[in-house]
Design a protein around this ligand. Structure first.
Ligand code: ADP
Ligand code: MG
Length: 898
């Protein structure tokens, strides 16, 4: 019978595994907006977004509402890593009956204690004039909606004051404080005691992200990824979640591990059916579980045979201390006997041994179940942080931890078995939750101050709707000026005619050659346009630096060698193929196949080319090489190539956009509006060269300090000003400038200097993509990036960096959208439409790979140009396919004219 009883307390490992799984399921349910109302593990958000970092400073008050007492603390932090905060405290006993009386009386009493405490405490450190922030430890289940707002859900622990449930306890305390005329005391944070414990343990330079309170009740809190806490609106960073795991099992999921003794304890409790988990693990219940086990075993005549056991019928006769004393006597059966006799029993020696075994089993189970809960928390953290292993500090406190010597050993070994991927280190909480509450208040103030400073730095980058409308209007103005013959020379948007007058209509056929010069690689392609679609073959050729910077003749000879080589390899020598030339350098185009090079860029500097017709230079080289296998029919800008390539798949595509190293756009304009080219019939594609928008100073009001610094360090200061706010070559640099200022202002890396960050281009734009990946998982990658920069970043540093990147990339997308809004609105106007449906062909790695750029762009465009229905189409190899299609369309148009 004894064995059976003992066995019922021991839960097999497989069952613990299942229990852990259920706990995780219930946790997820508690965090999810739709299901949290039904979840037993409530997972209450605490609005505590940060643990102390040691820079906290100042005087803080704490009010801690305990079982029968009110504790008032004054904590003075010196910003020295919290190594030795100064603390003064006083405990006040609560009058009899207050816990069941009126709520108002309770809060008045607390405020009176506070008043007394402040009167007695040396006032040297506390000046009446400055506000004293107060942290309120309120150890009951609350619905918290802000750090300083918590509605009481239900009383427990013998409290049942009237008029408090459903009320904001911060407000109740604050108004009681006002009645005491303590105007300088301001309640800034309210928290559960478990949270206070975590924060207490977080001091002294060891971040603590989990706390377990194994006391009369049992509870656990931990730092969860904010985006998972759907019941709170915060989405970035982490938030401490108060699990309230004591209610685990209230849906019956633990019924099979409940012993008959547990059932009796539950039945006799004030809240039967509730807090099922807590009733197996809370020290409030240990003595009672033992008592019921003894009652049952006595009835089965396995214990205390022939003696008077009437005393066992008394509820509460076995206290937690008795149980602890019994198990802590390793070999002192006489001691156990004394204890049992003190209760009023007459045990035999055998009885003593058996009672000790029962006590050990009950306590061992409590520790094991705590370990199971902890394993669930740790595994969940490890998973949701996308880690392979989790190393974490766990703050622990409570009677079970301090009184039961094997608790720590069992907690660690069983949680290791159940969550082998996690490595917890236990930190004892030496001072309960009080010091932690001061930390919560201190951290809240630190974060609020930091928030103000961060907002101040980022404010100039945040554009209002009016700002964007203004950019749109300015772009429109510059477009008009660029199109008009008279104003064109002074317009910052050059609006270059391309002599492309038609987009593809799908009837284009034939084989074409294409060249792509000016991107990362030089390529030669053959593009076959058939009824079935387009197929391509291409070859990448190297242009040696000596040729890039040699003579123009040598460069074009080299290009021809590559073409000839390609035609040989592709068996294309016998034909004369039309050739489209994507040439991504600024050109003044005077015909489809006539374009004067304005200037070389991107490392090219071949002599004798600037001012010349690039097409002619290519034809001259063909002549020199006596190559007759090709006929250059078109020179194409890469924006135009992109529009044409997409136009083949979607006839509505009449705009091309590039957001890569640089940014540019083109669109189909009415010939009658193009003052720089003769003729009024039909349309022509205009290469806007919008990267230079603002070079005449019209955007100066938008440039921030960071933009100006970035501009000054480029090879073309004052030029391409719009591009420098938007494109891949610059965004990383802008972010780097902001980060440097934030380090200087001690907002990042605790102000530790970061020499590597001073290096130009150390922060490429692709980092923005990595950092901004929307959920919390990517934060690990941020750490990796920061390590590369030799930065030891805290979690909060990475969250702040993400905010910086988001501000910069959002602004880029919004500005790009404002530019496009001007374009689509002009097209709509041109065509006299109420509603324009148009497609934009897009190319560029920033647009394609950044996680939010394209979404932000689309959203803003929709907002700025609501009457235009815009589709975005990604271009695949626009510069190859597009050039061939320009050639094909020209071919088709020429044939049609015949
Ligand atoms: P180009 O504009 O020269 O034709 P791309 O369209 O490939 O070339 O753009 C290259 C630019 O894209 C680089 O300068 C870089 O700044 C940016 N970039 C590269 N990778 C990423 C990424 N993962 N996320 C955002 N931007 C990127
Ligand atoms: Mg490109």
């Amino acid at each position: 019978q004894i064995q059976r009883a003992l066995r019922s307390f021991s839960i097999p490992l497989e069952r613990l595994h299942i229990m852990k799984g259920h706990m995780i399921e219930d946790m997820c349910k508690g965090l999810c907006r739709q299901t949290h109302a039904q979840a037993k593990v409530r997972m209450l958000p605490t609005y505590i977004a940060s643990i102390p970092n040691g820079t906290e400073k100042g005087n803080f008050l704490v009010v801690e509402l305990c079982q029968n007492q009110v504790r008032i603390l004054l904590v003075i932090l010196y910003g020295d890593g919290n190594m030795s905060p100064h603390m003064v405290y006083k405990i006040f006993d609560m009058p009899e009956g207050m816990r069941q009386g009126e709520g108002e009386a309770l809060f008045d009493f607390i405020a009176q204690c506070l008043s007394k405490f402040l009167a007695e405490t040396t006032t040297s450190e506390i000046k009446e004039t400055t506000t004293l922030p107060l942290g309120f430890v309120f150890p009951f289940s609350c619905l918290q909606t802000r750090l300083d707002k918590a509605e009481l859900l239900s009383w427990s622990k013998g409290f049942s004051c009237s008029g408090v449930i459903g009320k904001d306890v911060v407000q109740l305390l604050q108004s009681a404080i006002s009645k005491q005329e303590l105007r300088h005391v301001e309640v800034v944070a309210v928290m559960n005691d478990t949270v206070g414990t975590m924060m207490t343990c977080s001091m002294e330079g060891r971040p603590c992200e989990v706390a377990v309170v194994a006391d009369k009740g049992s509870n656990c809190c931990f730092m969860a990824e904010s985006y998972l806490v759907e019941t709170a609106d915060e989405t970035s960073g982490r938030m401490c979640v108060n699990t309230e795991w004591g209610c685990f099992g209230d849906d019956g999921i633990l019924n099979d591990v409940f012993t008959p003794y547990d059932e009796r304890v539950d039945e006799e409790s004030s809240n039967p059916g509730e807090k099922r988990f807590e009733k197996m693990v809370g020290t409030l219940y240990m003595g009672e579980i033992v008592r019921h086990a003894l009652v049952a075993l006595t009835a089965e005549k396995a214990l205390f045979t022939g003696t008077d056991v009437a005393v066992l019928k008394q509820k509460g006769v076995f206290k937690m201390q008795h149980v602890l004393d019994i198990i802590n006597n390793e070999d002192g059966i006489t001691e156990v006997k004394k204890i049992l006799e003190s209760v009023g029993l007459q045990p035999s020696e055998r009885d003593c041994g058996r009672v000790q075994q029962i006590c050990r089993a009950v306590m061992g189970r409590a520790a094991t179940l705590h370990a199971t809960g902890l394993a669930a928390i740790l595994s969940y953290m490890c998973q949701t942080r996308d880690l392979e292993t989790l190393t974490v500090n766990v703050g622990v406190e409570g009677e079970l931890y301090t009184g039961y010597p094997r608790f720590e050993e069992i907690l660690l070994s069983v949680s290791r078995l159940l969550a082998p991927e996690c490595m917890p280190t236990l930190l004892p909480s030496r001072d309960g939750s009080g010091r932690g509450a001061a930390m919560v208040a201190a951290v809240a103030l630190r974060l609020a101050a930091q928030r103000r400073d961060v907002d101040e730095v980022l404010a100039p980058l945040r554009l209002s709707r009016a700002d964007l409308e203004n950019v749109q209007a300015l772009m429109r103005q510059e477009m008009d000026r660029g199109l008009c013959k008279e104003t064109n020379p002074t317009a910052s948007v050059r609006m270059l005619p391309t002599y492309v007058t038609h987009t593809p209509d799908g009837t284009e056929r034939g084989d074409f050659l294409a060249l792509d010069l000016g991107g990362t690689n030089f390529r030669v392609l053959v593009v076959r346009v058939t009824e079935e679609g387009i197929t391509m073959a291409s070859e990448i050729y190297i242009i040696p630096a000596t040729i890039m910077q040699g003579t123009g003749e040598a460069l074009f000879d080299h290009i021809l060698d590559c073409i000839i080589d390609f035609q040989m390899k592709q068996n294309l020598v016998t034909q004369i193929l039309p050739l489209g030339f994507t040439f991504s350098f600024p050109c003044q185009q005077v015909g489809l196949d006539k374009a004067l090079l304005l200037t070389w860029t991107k490392g090219f500097n071949a002599s004798g080319c600037v001012g010349k017709d690039v097409v002619q230079l290519l034809r001259d080289a063909a002549k020199r090489k006596q190559h007759l296998g090709m006929q250059v029919v078109a020179l194409v800008n890469d924006t135009v190539g992109t529009m044409m390539a997409c136009g083949y798949d979607d006839p509505k595509c009449e705009i091309g956009l590039i957001v890569g190293t640089g940014t540019n756009a083109c669109y189909m304009e009415e010939m009658r509006n193009v003052g720089t080219v003769d003729g009024d019939q039909g349309r022509m594609c205009i290469n806007m060269e919008w990267g230079a928008f603002g070079d005449n100073g019209c955007l100066d009001h938008l440039f921030t300090h960071f933009d100006r610094v970035v501009d000054e360090t480029t090879i073309n200061p004052g030029k391409q000003r719009f591009e420098k706010l938007i494109s891949g070559m610059y965004l990383g640099e802008i972010v780097r400038q902001i980060l440097m200022v934030m380090v200087e202002k001690q907002l990042l890396f605790k102000g530790r200097p970061c020499p590597k960050l001073q290096t130009r281009n150390i922060f490429p734009t692709k980092f923005l993509s990595t950092i901004e990946l929307s959920n919390g998982l990517a934060l690990r990658q941020i750490r990796a990036i920061l390590n590369e920069l030799e930065l030891d970043a805290s979690f909060e540093d990475s969250v702040l960096m993400r905010e910086v990147c988001q501000a910069v990339s959002l602004r880029a997308a919004q500005l790009c959208a404002a530019g496009l809004a001007a374009v689509v609105e002009k097209m709509r106007e041109n065509r006299g439409l109420d509603q324009l449906s148009v497609t934009i062909g897009v190319d560029g790695t920033l647009y394609k790979l950044h996680p939010c750029f394209s979404d932000n762009l689309k959203k803003t465009l929709k907002d700025l140009a609501p009457n235009c229905n815009v589709t975005f189409l990604l271009s695949e190899d626009g510069s190859g396919k597009g050039a061939a299609l320009v050639a094909a369309v020209a071919d088709r148009a020429a044939n049609a004219a015949k």
